[in-house]
Design a protein around this ligand. Structure first.
Ligand SMILES: [Zn+2]
Ligand SMILES: [Zn+2]
Length: 164
């Protein structure tokens, strides 16, 4: 995942628009994160005096399990970032950094970091997901079950007995 910015570096431009799609080729990483291999980076690189800042957005698609009904679905994630473009990584800095070598930014590590930081902890397949029936286990988005009618409050059972 390389982003060439050599033309921009040798120009007098103060900013460079970026709209670049990348393919993650790290199979282990893809398996572990359940990510679609295609990611998109958009944004703008700004030159301020001698420093370069990348204000951008990463978009990717991840397969997640709904926290309520346990169904798997693909979710699109967008995460904004601000990165320092540096020639050598500064270990003291807390900022996200991307290293430029010969006018090219190697994005791999930064993209992985951004993905780890933005991966959803808990997802719902839809806001009004009905979940699964705790009694019979059917997905209540797809089916209805009769459990609701048969589960009764024990206090009412007493009442029923009295009425018999
Ligand atoms: Zn669901
Ligand atoms: Zn049920």
């Amino acid at each position: 995942m390389l982003l060439k910015i050599n033309k921009f570096l040798s120009s007098d431009d103060v900013s460079l628009k970026v709209n670049e799609s990348f393919t993650i080729d790290d199979e282990e990483f893809l398996k572990e994160t359940r990510l679609d291999k295609n990611v998109l980076i958009t944004g703008e690189i700004y030159r301020i005096k001698d420093s370069l800042t990348f204000s951008g957005k990463l978009e990717y698609v991840i397969t997640v399990e709904c926290a309520r009904c346990l169904k798997e679905f693909d979710k699109k994630i967008e995460t904004k970032f601000l990165a320092d473009l540096v020639e050598e990584e500064d270990m003291e800095s807390d900022n996200l950094q991307m290293v430029i070598t010969d006018g090219t930014i190697k994005m791999d590590e930064a993209i992985k970091q951004l993905i780890y930081l933005s991966m959803p902890m808990k997802s719902l397949c839809r806001d009004d997901c009905k979940g699964i029936c705790p009694n019979c286990g059917v997905n209540l988005n797809e089916e209805t079950c009769k459990c609701e009618n048969s589960i009764t409050d024990p206090r009412f059972d007493k009442l029923k007995d009295l009425l018999k």
